[in-house]
Ligand binder design. Structure first.
Ligand SMILES: CCCCCCCCCCCCCCCC(=O)SCCNC(=O)CCNC(=O)[C@H](O)C(C)(C)COP(=O)(O)OP(=O)(O)OC[C@H]1O[C@@H](n2cnc3c(N)ncnc32)[C@H](O)[C@@H]1OP(=O)(O)O
Length: 180
C-alpha cells in the first residue's frame, strides 16, 4: 500500500435521480435519504484512500442550502480532505444537475470522519494524504480544527486540550501590546 496518496485518488462521484419514495411531503428529497447517500459516497472515498474497511466515526457538519425536487438529478462528489493517524476527514459536495438546461446548483456540503479498522474493528494506521488544488489545501488546513471540535463535542477532548481550535479564541500578541 502507498504510504502517501493524493486527495484526488479518493475521488468518488455518485449520480442518482430522486424517486418518489425518497421524498418528503413537499416532494423534495428527504434529508435523511440525502444523509445516507452522502455517507455511502464518503465511505467509498475513505476506503479508496486507506484500502481498508472503514466505519463512520462522526458526521461533523451537513448544510442544506437548496431543496432537491422529485425527479431531480443529484450528483454527490467526495474526497478525503485530510488523513490523520487512523482517522480521515471526508468532504462531500452535492449538486442538483439540470442536464437539459445544463445548470448545476450546489445544494449541500457534508463533512464526515471515518476510521480504518481491522477484522476485530480496531483502528489501524492509514496512509498520509497530500492536497494539490487550492480548495484541497484550504480544506486540509482547516481539518485539524474541525477534528478537535468534533472530539470536544463528542466528549473525547477537553476544550483546553485543543491546539488549533484554541488559537481562534486567543488574541494575537501584537494586538494585546497595542491595548497596553
Ligand atoms: C480493501 C477494502 C475495500 C473496500 C471496498 C468497499 C468500499 C466500500 C466501503 C464501504 C464501507 C462501509 C461504510 C459503512 C459505514 C457505516 O455505516 S459504519 C456504522 C456506523 N459506525 C460505527 O458503528 C462505528 C462505531 N464506533 C467504533 O467502532 C469506534 O468508536 C471507532 C470509530 C472505531 C473508534 O474506536 P476507538 O477505540 O474509540 O478508537 P480511538 O483510537 O479513540 O479513535 C480512533 C480515531 O478516531 C478518531 N475519532 C474517534 N471519534 C471521533 C469523533 N467523534 N470525531 C473525530 N474523530 C474521532 C480519533 O481521534 C482517532 O483518530 P486518529 O488520531 O487515530 O487519526
Amino acid at each position: 500500500m502507498a504510504k502517501i496518496k493524493k486527495a484526488s485518488e479518493s475521488l468518488t462521484i455518485m449520480t442518482n435521480i430522486v424517486l418518489p419514495n425518497e421524498t418528503n411531503s413537499l416532494r423534495n428529497l428527504f434529508g435523511g435519504e440525502l444523509l445516507a447517500k452522502m455517507d455511502r459516497c464518503a465511505s467509498i472515498s475513505a476506503a479508496r484512500h486507506c484500502e481498508r474497511r472503514v466505519v463512520t466515526a462522526s458526521v461533523n457538519h451537513v448544510s442544506f442550502n437548496h431543496p432537491i425536487p422529485e425527479g431531480g438529478v443529484v450528483v454527490l462528489e467526495s474526497k478525503v480532505s485530510r488523513a490523520f493517524s487512523t482517522s480521515m476527514e471526508v468532504y462531500v459536495d452535492v449538486w442538483l444537475d439540470d442536464p437539459i438546461n445544463q445548470k448545476k446548483v450546489h445544494t449541500n456540503a457534508g463533512i464526515y470522519t471515518f476510521v480504518a479498522v481491522d477484522e476485530f474493528n480496531r483502528p489501524i494506521p492509514i496512509p498520509e494524504m497530500i492536497p494539490e488544488t487550492e480548495e484541497e489545501k484550504e480544506r486540509f488546513a482547516a481539518a485539524f480544527r474541525r477534528k478537535e471540535l468534533s472530539l470536544i463535542l463528542s466528549g473525547r477532548m477537553k476544550p483546553l486540550e485543543s491546539v488549533e481550535l484554541k488559537k481562534l479564541f486567543q488574541e494575537p500578541q501584537e494586538s494585546k501590546k497595542d491595548k497596553k
